[in-house]
Design a protein around this ligand. Structure first.
Ligand code: SF4
Ligand code: SF4
Length: 337
C-alpha cells in the first residue's frame, strides 16, 4: 500500500513509532570523518526526517545495531554471573537493499551455523524490522547488481525520500499507521538495475588459485589496517576480552569485540605460530571466504556488493577488482594443471 507523507507528518509518525521502537538510520556526524574537516555517515538514532542522510552511502553498515562492536556477554563475581538486560523496545532500521541481504548472511552465521544459535544476536535480531531506503542511483564502488542484492522483497516499508516529503510502500502491519499520517499515493518500488562496476564471479575455483602469485601484490600494498572488515556488513569475526574491575579484581565482565582477519595476530597461537603471516595471505583468506567458503556452506555468496571495503581502503585496494582477477585467472590456472 502506497502513501505520501510531508516532513511534519513523517516526524509525527516517527514519534508514534518511537513509543514501541528504537529507530535508527544513517545520519551525518559533523567533523568525524576519516580526514580533517570531513563528516562521517554512520548509523544513529533518529526522531525526524531531516536527520536521515539519504544522499550518501553510510561508511559503516547497520550491522553494529544488532551485533555491536563491543558487547558485554555477562558480568561475573567470584561465584555467579549475570547477563545484561536487553532493551524491551523493538528496533526499526532504515537501510539499503544490500544491507538487508547482509543481515541474511549474518543470520546464517549466527543462527544457522551448525546446531548453535547465538542468543545475544538472536535477542536483538528477532525484534528488528527493516524499513528500506530506496537507492536513487548507484553509489561509487557498488556492485549489488552483480551480487543479486539490488532488489528486496517482503519488506515492512520501502521509502523514497523527496523534497520535503516521503513516498512509501508499506506492508499490512504498518499500513494503518501510515494511513493515519499520510495520504494514499501510487508507489511502485524502483531498484538499481545497473552499477558502473560489474563483478564476474568465478564459476569454479581451482585450488591452485590459493597459491597463485597474484596475492603477493597485496602483501606489499595492504597495510593490515582492518578498515575493510570493520566497514563490511557481512564480516562477523570476534574475539573475547575479560575485563577485571580495579576496585575488586574478582569481579568483571566478559565482552566480545569485533576482530579482523586482515589484522596481524588474528590467527596467532600459543608459541607465536600464525597461519597467515603476510598481508597477501590475509587478503586471499578474506576474498575467498566471501566468494568461495561461504558459498560451499550456504549455497550463495557472502559479499553483497556494497563496495564499502573499497570506499574505506587507504591503499585503494579494490575488492571487486580482486574478485574479477580471481575469475579471469580461474580458467588459466586450470589450463596450467
Ligand atoms: S566484501 Fe566489500 S563489497 Fe562485499 S559486502 Fe563486504 S564491504 Fe561490501
Ligand atoms: S582496508 Fe585496505 S589496507 Fe586496510 S586491511 Fe583492508 S585491504 Fe588492507
Amino acid at each position: 500500500m502506497g502513501y505520501v507523507l510531508d516532513g511534519q507528518s513523517f516526524d509525527g509518525l516517527l514519534s508514534q513509532l518511537s513509543k514501541e521502537y528504537l529507530i535508527y538510520a544513517p545520519v551525518r556526524i559533523s567533523g568525524k570523518g576519516a580526514y580533517s574537516d570531513t563528516d562521517l555517515v554512520a548509523y544513529g538514532q533518529i526522531s525526524s526526517l531531516d536527520e536521515i542522510e539519504y544522499n550518501e552511502k553510510s561508511r559503516f553498515s547497520p550491522k553494529e545495531l544488532i551485533y555491536p562492536i563491543t558487547q558485554t556477554l555477562f558480568y561475573f563475581t567470584e561465584d555467579e554471573y549475570k547477563e545484561p538486560a536487553v532493551s524491551q523496545k523493538s528496533i526499526i532500521i532504515f537501510c539499503r537493499p544490500c544491507d538487508v541481504h547482509a543481515f541474511r548472511r549474518l543470520d546464517e552465521i549466527f543462527l544457522k551455523n551448525g546446531d548453535f544459535r547465538d542468543s545475544y544476536y538472536e535477542a536483538i535480531r528477532r525484534k528488528t524490522v527493516f524499513f528500506i531506503l530506496e537507492c536513487a542511483g548507484s553509489f561509487e564502488n557498488c556492485f549489488c547488481v552483480s551480487m543479486g542484492t539490488n532488489r528486496v522483497e517482503g519488506y515492512a516499508a520501502l521509502l523514497r525520500p523527496g523534497e520535503g516529503q516521503v513516498t512509501c510502500d508499506v506492508d499490512e502491519h504498518f499500513a494503518p499507521l501510515f494511513a493515519r499520517y499520510g495520504k494514499p499515493a501510487g508507489m511502485t518500488p524502483r531498484f538499481i538495475e545497473e552499477n558502473s562496476i560489474s563483478v564476474i564471479l568465478p564459476e569454479e575455483i581451482d585450488k591452485n588459485i590459493f597459491d597463485h602469485q597474484m596475492w603477493q601484490e597485496y602483501s606489499s600494498r595492504c597495510t593490515a589496517c582492518g578498515r575493510c572488515t570493520v566497514s563490511c556488513p557481512t564480516c562477523s569475526c570476534f574475539t573475547m576480552q575479560d575485563i577485571f574491575y580495579e576496585d575488586n579484581p574478582r569481579c568483571g565482565e566478559r565482552r566480545r569485540v569485533w576482530a579482523s582477519c586482515m589484522v596481524d595476530g588474528f590467527t596467532e597461537l600459543a608459541g607465536g605460530h600464525g597461519f597467515r603471516k603476510d598481508n597477501g595471505s590475509r587478503m586471499r583468506f578474506k576474498v575467498m571466504h566471501k566468494i568461495y567458503d561461504f558459498r560451499k556452506r550456504f549455497g550463495y555468496d557472502m559479499c553483497v556488493g556494497c563496495g564499502r571495503c573499497d570506499d574505506v581502503c587507504p591503499e585503494y585496494i579494490s575488492f571487486s577488482g580482486c574478485v574479477n582477477k580471481v575469475s579471469s585467472l580461474a580458467g588459466e590456472v586450470k589450463k596450467d594443471d
